[in-house]
Design a protein around this ligand. Structure first.
Ligand SMILES: *Cc1c(COP(=O)(O)O)cnc(C)c1O
Length: 373
């Protein structure tokens, strides 16, 4: 039915498949007739938004008739302090997703190439393909190894070519949860040539507890072609407000600024993000709930004999040992939404987001039931 319009679309768009979002709670409640549905499918913070945000949102309502600050002055200043850079290094986005798309639009044309890993975050391929550029996909590490299905630094470096303009490195990666160490990441940055931009996507930065994991925002002085992206959607609990950002050389930020739509981050989002940055207690609690939930889920998996890569994020990629769609369906009947990831080429895997302790207990019970049958 869409054929007629597809013909009118650009070549890049004709090659696209739409992003696969998680099922909303209301839809599952309706279709399966369950009332207390829980969603462990989109890596959202199960604690709800930070307390500090409520008051800011209430008072922000009074100004909703006005356009937001197009420069995002207050938020950029706070982020600049946080990362010890000039505010001119910050580019705000409608979620970091928008920043990723802007990077592709700014630096890729038809005939160019962008490099990312097999099993890397799905948005990279959509962003790249829509520009008409070609994706060069670096094979992931083997399933049996210690960083199963993770990014392979050597394979990524091996994929760099003369036409490569952009590399996307998800660290940690979604859906695998795997990560690259500081030295692996530096090896990639050292190997990138001058006409390349290297994007290090740190959407789960605040959750990571490994000592070898780098804060890449400290490397801008050494690597002028580095762009680091961050978000308020995950550990900061503000996915619904859509606020993300990039940290880069100010010159690169200026180029992104040419493309950026003037009011891309709404006023409530800007204000809430500033408040969330001050709520250290919320972040600490989020980390703790996540650490405990990850440990509990990993333990359930090991008693059921289900393999999973190590995860530094707020989710676990579980090899169900069978058709993951069937397991997901059985979980849905019990009111639990998780994410099958067949569209990543992983038909036996489920990506399960970490919830609150009671949610994780319910999931554990459901999994034991399903595997006992
Ligand atoms: C969730 C996610 C993002 C983007 O989230 P936004 O809500 O658009 O900020 C970016 N990268 C990865 C790897 C993610 O998982």
């Amino acid at each position: 039915m869409s054929e007629r319009y597809l013909e009118l679309a650009t070549a890049g768009v004709r090659g696209l498949k739409a992003y696969t979002p998680g099922k909303p709670i209301s839809e599952v409640a309706r279709e399966y007739g369950v009332s207390d549905v829980i969603k462990l499918a989109s890596n959202e913070n199960p604690l709800g938004p930070p307390d500090a945000v409520h008051e800011v949102l209430r008072s922000g309502v009074a100004d909703l008739a006005l356009y937001p600050d197009p420069s995002g002055y207050a938020l950029k200043r706070r982020l600049a302090e946080r990362h010890d850079v000039d505010p001119a290094c910050i580019t705000l986005g409608n979620g970091s997703n928008e920043v990723l798309v802007m990077l592709a639009e700014c630096f890729l044309s038809e005939g160019d190439e962008a490099v990312f890993s097999q099993y890397a975050f799905e948005v990279y391929s959509i962003a790249v393909q829509s520009t008409g550029a070609r994706a060069r996909i670096a094979p992931a590490l083997p399933a049996g190894g210690p960083m199963a299905l993770g990014h392979d630094a050597d394979a990524i470096i091996g994929a760099f070519g003369e036409r490569t303009r952009l590399a996307f490195i998800a660290n940690p990666n979604n859906p695998t949860g795997t990560w690259l160490t500081a030295s692996e990441l530096q090896r990639i940055l050292d190997a990138a040539h001058e006409r390349m931009i290297v994007v290090v996507d740190q959407a789960y930065f605040e959750y990571v507890e490994s000592d070898e994991y780098p804060d890449a925002t400290g490397w801008l002085g050494r690597y002028p072609n580095l762009v680091v992206t961050r978000t308020f959607s995950k550990a900061y609990g503000l996915a619904g407000l859509r606020v993300g950002y990039a940290v880069s050389d100010p010159g690169l930020a200026q180029v992104l600024g040419r493309l950026r739509q003037p009011f891309n981050v709404n006023s409530l989002g800007q204000a809430a993000a500033v408040a969330a940055l001050d709520d250290e207690a919320y972040l600490a609690r989020s980390r703790q709930v996540n650490r405990e939930g990850l440990e509990a889920l990993a333990e359930v998996c090991s008693t059921l004999g289900l393999a999973h890569p190590p995860s530094a994020g707020n989710f676990l990629l579980v090899d169900t040992g069978r058709d993951a769609g069937e397991v997901a369906e059985q979980l849905l009947r019990r009111g639990i939404i998780v994410r099958p990831v067949a569209y990543y080429g992983l038909p036996r895997h489920l990506r399960i987001s970490i919830g609150t302790p009671p949610q994780m207990a319910r999931l554990a019970g459901a999994l034991r039931e399903i595997y006992a049958a």
